[in-house]
Structures are given as C-alpha cells and as structure tokens.
Design a protein around this ligand. Structure first.
Ligand code: SF4
Ligand code: SF4
Length: 86
C-alpha cells in the first residue's frame, strides 16, 4: 500500500477516526513568522495541514492529534503548542 509523504495512515482512515479528540495541546500557527516553506504540511502524520488563500498553513483541528511534529520541524519557529481549552 502506498502512503503519501509524512502520512502514517491513509487520509480516509484519519477522517473516520477524527483524531482531533486525542489532543491535549494544539499547534498555533503564527503567520507573521511563516515563510510558507511547506515543511509542516509534509511532516504532519495526519495529513491535516492545508493552506489558506494566501498560502499560509492551516491545520484542521478535527484531525490534528497534537503530536507536535510540525512544531519540531518548522525552521522558522512559526508554530507553538498551546494547552487545549475544552
Ligand atoms: S500537531 Fe502538527 S503535525 Fe501533529 S497532527 Fe497536529 S498539525 Fe499535524
Ligand atoms: S514549517 Fe513553519 S515556516 Fe514552514 S510553512 Fe509551516 S509554519 Fe510556515
């Protein structure tokens, strides 16, 4: 089975599971620091980072599980993990 770059499961499976409910921390994207390099989109294991009309990354919090990989790999420190408020 072929998987997309950075994906550990098929997107359809993640959508069925709504992995966003696992999260205790959420990534917050600071567009003022973002260079639109696309690294976060590539490393996200849920494949849940899209982009807005200007090309900035936007996570889908229904499927983001809060793993923090995007924060670790962002070369511009443009993402921070914040405690989830429920
Ligand atoms: S924390 Fe970042 S890398 Fe992890 S699932 Fe959420 S958006 Fe993807
Ligand atoms: S990895 Fe960081 S700089 Fe690159 S697109 Fe994502 S948020 Fe922007």
């Amino acid at each position: 089975m072929a998987l997309g770059l950075g994906c550990s499961a098929k997107p359809g499976k993640a959508k069925e599971n709504r992995t966003g409910s696992w999260r205790t921390f959420r990534p917050e994207f600071m567009h003022e620091k973002c260079t639109k390099c696309g690294m976060c989109t590539q490393v996200c294991p849920e494949g849940c980072i899209g982009e807005d009309d200007l090309g900035f990354p936007v996570p889908d919090y229904d499927y983001c599980k809060g793993c923090g990989l995007c924060v670790e790999e962002c070369p511009s420190q443009a993402i921070e993990m914040k405690k989830e408020e429920k």
